[in-house]
Design a protein around this ligand. Structure first.
Ligand SMILES: [Zn+2]
Ligand SMILES: [Zn+2]
Length: 417
């Protein structure tokens, strides 16, 4: 029997009895090394104030222009929302919806839920829809891509500085601040919020296994609550569907990967954007865009776009294929390396969205019909789909499956690091 709140590693399914971790410290899984949780140095009130500040910064970033351009006496103010609107109007619906969700709606949803949830915990009373809201919060988090958008803004501005004069606006500084804030908030995932509610004594805590054998226990992915679950069940604490192992992993991962590999072909062969000017029009593929940046002397940005658009999707597909096909290889070291590989796949997941953001921003910047205009090409939406499909493949993969035939997931003590 175990004492203290129980934590389950979501990578290798090992159950740990939580030890006290000092503020600023973190606890790692004793078996696979995954970071189970970090204890924040800051109070609930601090995080709530930060969330309120981030909402203000979010408003500034989207209401004020990130750049003002002038060409032949005409000026254009560029905002991200304006860029989404324009691409919708030009008939690039899929592109507009994908970039709008990743760069606007999901970050906004994330901030609103965070502010509200922290307020609920602070007030000492959880409303009935707290668990429902946190389920949405946890599903939306991987799709919120403001840091990628910020890098996209920088690349678009550097590319554009060659074509017309450009003045940075307050929006771009607000996006830079928002990037740092959202990166800090990424640590406050749904499990962390539930843990804060546990600390405040507002929700039940799993303190022992209740005599249930380890192989019949599973933790909820949203709230981390350990409970009995043989195949699948509904979480006793938050109502989320919990599975001993993610269902249909084999079929889903391969299907998403195959679809991503198919869509990857038009994404690279078709033009990413079309540049129209008085002198005629030219079409650019992803690799053409990289070479263009190189020619402008921005070899560093050329390298970043090349890595994000070409290296990352291929690495993700290869890494997932390795993870899927080499599950028979056993041994603590191999299994740990597989866990690191999956962490890499999760980490690089959204960065290939970079060029898609660059395209819609550049289309909004060069919007001088008849004089000079940039239009998104068919590859932009295809490329967005590659990102979505590879992310869905990674989310369907269950890292716990790789550990199943190793030593049983015995209870251990968490390490302090
Ligand atoms: Zn682990
Ligand atoms: Zn739950």
């Amino acid at each position: 029997m175990l004492a203290g709140p129980l934590l389950v590693c979501r990578h290798c399914d090992t159950i740990h009895a939580a030890a006290a971790v000092e503020p600023g410290g973190m606890a790692c899984c004793s078996r696979c090394g995954y970071v189970l949780f970090r204890r924040s140095r800051y109070s609930l009130d601090f995080w709530r104030a930060m969330a309120a500040a981030a909402l203000v910064v979010f408003a500034i970033a989207n209401l004020f222009p990130m750049a003002t351009l002038s060409l032949l006496g005409k000026t254009v103010d560029v905002t991200f929302v304006g860029a989404l609107w324009l691409s919708w109007h030009q008939g690039h619906y899929l592109l507009s919806v994908m970039t709008g969700l990743a760069g606007f709606w999901f970050p906004l949803l994330q901030l609103c839920f965070l502010f509200w949830a922290l307020g609920c915990i602070r007030s000492g009373r959880l409303p009935a829809d707290f668990s429902y809201a946190l389920r949405i919060y946890s599903k939306a988090a991987p799709w919120s891509m403001v840091p990628v958008l910020m890098l996209g803004i920088i690349v678009a501005i550097v590319k554009f500085s060659d074509l017309a004069s450009l003045e940075p606006g307050p929006g771009i500084w607000a996006f830079a601040v928002l990037t740092f804030m959202l990166t800090a908030f990424s640590r406050l995932d749904s499990q962390r919020l539930w843990r804060l509610a546990e600390d405040a004594g507002l929700v039940p805590v799993a303190r022992d296994t209740g005599g249930v054998p380890i192989e019949r226990l599973a933790a909820c992915e949203v709230c981390g609550y350990l409970q009995e679950c043989t195949v699948e069940a509904s979480c006793q604490r938050c109502g989320n569907d919990i599975h001993k192992r993610k269902p249909g992993m084999e079929t889903r991962v391969w299907a998403f990967m195959l679809a991503a590999a198919v869509v990857y072909v038009p994404a690279n062969v078709l033009p990413m954007m079309e540049i129209r000017s008085a002198l005629g029009s030219s079409q650019h593929t992803i690799l053409g865009g990289v070479m263009e940046l190189w020619r402008l002397g921005s070899w560093d940005l050329a390298l970043i776009v090349f890595i994000a658009s070409v290296v990352v999707p291929i690495t993700k597909l290869i890494a997932l294929a390795v993870l899927m096909s080499m599950r028979e290889w056993r041994g603590e070291l191999v299994q740990r390396q597989r866990t690191r590989l999956y962490e890499l796949v999760e980490f690089i997941g959204q960065w290939s969205m970079l060029d898609v953001f660059v395209v819609i921003l550049m289309a909004a910047m060069a919007n001088f019909p008849g004089v000079s205009q940039i239009l998104p090409g068919p590859a932009a939406a295809s490329f967005g789909m590659v990102v979505v499909l590879t992310m869905l493949a990674a989310l369907s993969y269950d890292p716990r499956a790789g550990w199943d035939q190793g030593r049983p997931a015995a209870a251990g003590k968490i390490g302090n690091g």
